[in-house]
Every structure is written in C-alpha cells, then in structure tokens.
Design a binder for this molecule. Structure first.
Ligand code: GUN
Length: 379
C-alpha cells in the first residue's frame, strides 16, 4: 500500500499533475470522468458449520468417512460455507460442553456424528433456537434438531453374501460396539445375507463397549477366530479387526470407508458410508432457508451406502449375486428384512410376507436365528 506522505506517492502526484498540461503549456480540457463501476454487491458471509467427531479422522473408518463427506460438501458449495471440526470427543457430558461452545462461537449448523451425542445435542438445541442441529444415527428431533442415517445394514447384507460363500467353517464373527438397534440390525443383516447363500451359517458376536478402541477390537477379533470364525465383520470404527484377520490368514471386510489397502489378502470388500451427499443437502437447506426438522434415512438408492472392492479371487457368481442384490436395492425390490423373520429364541419378529418399515427397523433389539448368544442389556 502507498503511504500518502511517502516519496512514491509524491512522485506519482507530480506525474499526474504534469499530465494535465498540453505541450504548449496551456491547460487541457479536463478528461471525461472515467465511468465508475457500481460497487459489487456485498458477498454474504459464509455459513458457519461445525462437525463433532467421536474419533480421530485418521486415514480410514467412521470418522474418516464423515470428514470425507464434509470435504465433499465444501468442494461443492465453495465459499458459501466455512466448516470446522473437532475430533476425539467422548460421548457424555463433555460433548455437551463442546457443542455449546460451537453454538456460542457463531456456528449456524452443527453436526454431531455419533449416536451417543444425542442427549447432549438435545440439551444445547433448546438453548440455541436459531442454530440448526443435526444428529447422525439418532432419534431425537425438535424444531431445530433433526436426525440423519445411512442404511448401512445394506452394506452388511452384501458383505454377508460374500462371507456366506467364502467361509470354510460356516462360522462368521462380528465385533459389536454397543447393543443398540443400529448395530443389531447390522449383525442381523450380515447373518441374513450369508444365510441367503448358505443356510448353515452361524454368527458369533463379541461386544467391545466402544466405537473406537483398536486394542479391544483386535482382542475381540482374536476371540472370534479362536471360536472358529473365519470371516469377520465389525461395527467399530478402526481397521483393527481387518488387520487381525490378515495376520491370521482369515477374511474380513472394511467398514465405513474403503479399507482394502490395510489387508490386501484378508479384505473381501468394504461397506461404505458416503455422508457427503447428505452434508451438501443439509447445508443447502440452511442456505436456501428450506431446512425442516425430521429424519433422513438414505441408502444405496440415494447414494449414501455402497459395497466396493470385492477382490478378483472371489468367484464371479458371488460377485454377480452382490450385483443383483444392489440392483434390487436400487429398484426397491429387495427388502433385507422381510417376514418371516425369526429371532434366535424362535419367536417370529416379523410375520411372513411383511417388509420391515423404519419403525420396525428402529426397534430391533434381538438377534436373528443363527446368531449365537444373548443380546446384552444396553447401558
Ligand atoms: N461410530 C461411532 N459412532 C457411530 C454410530 O453412531 N454409528 C455407527 N454405525 N458407527 C459409529
């Protein structure tokens, strides 16, 4: 910037003054005033949005998938939005403090990305009626709080088709986080997918009581393998189960993001969560003033789930079965939970011919027939 009293400014002033004189020293007619451009309309300030993550972003898994979704939405919306995130936030009282701070800091939209953030978010939402609150995988809604969720049990079912054909022991293993309906649905869908190609399938479950705890996830994988499970799936956030399967020459799947590179021999496919499509929509809802409370549950059909990277060594007819199932999900002709659904005690949970609706899916508290053991009480 040129300072008015600087030599540079004075030199420029002399040049301009000289330019106002003609060659014979007479003053020239003043030049026509240059057209003044209308001031550009002030750009609206970007919409401030914050994301609360339960784990580290890292390079794979649940939180990584959320952050990839955030980046995808930013790439689409450009400078209309300004996003930030906080990672490794524990479910519980600390989450309330963090969400409150984000609202106080002027964020207009806050995404809390794990089931256990629900209570905390509901409390803060009451105190900030002008902020939009979005809770992933939850169920509490209010005028300014809504929920969103991918139908990831679709990925679990597709993984089950592959597992059912690749197992030699007919025993599958599942590492569970918390016994909530979402996770029970995934265990059941995995088992039903496997049973659709192999009626002898049994599934064993080990619960770790955490979303992200790689050492515990590893221990759980070891226990399952010791119990004869030779194909594993997990509803936890890290690559630990897949990597343990690789070490022990068993099979397993990626979960939440593409984990193929972590276990090239064990990996049979990855169940993907593609959050970007929702984040773009949610931010556009606020920008366009069309935000409404409610619940969004999207799956393969809407581009929010996928199952990818089945390796070449999986037989072609198995791959074809997966592709056919995907086509059914897309067309809405495949219902993963279609009656009769019998639980592990022999009770019919969904009558013959009925297809599960969202209410039924949200109330799954049992194992389907073929899953061993009892569902532990949820905390
Ligand atoms: N990882 C951390 N939180 C969650 C959650 O709410 N759902 C799922 N599927 N995975 C998670």
């Amino acid at each position: 910037m040129t300072n008015r009293s600087s030599p540079k400014f004075l030199a420029l002033a002399v040049v301009f003054a000289a330019a106002g004189l003609t060659a014979c020293g007479q003053k020239a007619a003043p030049p026509a005033p240059a057209p003044v451009a209308a001031p550009a309309p002030a750009k609206p300030a970007p919409l401030k949005a914050a994301f609360v993550y339960v784990g580290p972003v890292g390079d794979a898994g649940y939180t990584y998938a959320h952050d990839a979704g955030r980046k995808e939405a930013v790439a689409k919306l450009g400078d209309k939005v300004a996003t930030t995130f906080v990672e490794n936030i524990k479910e519980g009282p600390d989450a309330e403090r963090v969400i409150r701070e984000l609202a106080t800091a002027g964020n207009k939209v806050i995404f809390a990305t794990s089931f256990g953030f629900g209570d905390s978010m509901a409390k803060v939402a009451k105190d900030f009626p002008d902020v939009y609150f979005e809770h992933a995988t939850g169920f509490r809604t209010s005028d300014n709080m809504r929920v969103y969720e991918p139908r990831i049990h679709e990925g679990a079912y597709l993984a089950g088709i592959v597992a059912g054909r690749m197992t030699k022991t007919n025993v599958l293993g599942f590492v569970g986080s918390f016994p909530i309906p979402e996770v029970l649905r995934n265990i059941n869908a995995f088992t039903l997918g496997a049973q659709s190609v192999n009626p002898k399938i049994k599934t064993k479950v080990v619960w770790v009581g955490s979303w992200f705890d790689p050492p515990k996830e590893t221990e759980a994988a070891k226990t399952l393998i010791n119990g004869k499970a030779d194909v594993l799936l997990q509803n936890t956030d890290s690559t630990a189960v897949l990597q343990e399967a690789e070490r022990q020459h068993k099979y397993a799947f990626g979960w939440d993001s593409d984990m193929s590179s972590f276990a090239p021999k064990a990996h049979l496919g990855s169940c993907m969560l593609l959050w970007g499509v929702y984040y773009e929509k949610a931010l556009n809802d606020v920008l366009g003033k069309t935000w409404k409370t409610g619940a969004t549950k999207w799956g393969y059909r809407e581009g929010m789930t996928d199952f990818v990277k089945i390796p070449d060594f999986v037989p072609a007819d198995v791959k074809k079965k997966v592709e056919d199932a995907k086509a059914g999900l897309k067309a809405g002709t495949l219902d993963i939970f279609k009656g009769p659904i019998t639980d592990s005690t022999g009770k019919v949970q969904l009558a013959k011919g009925l297809a599960a609706d969202d209410k039924w899916l949200g109330g799954v508290t049992f194992y389907v027939k073929g899953v061993e053991g009892k569902v532990p009480a949820s905390k």
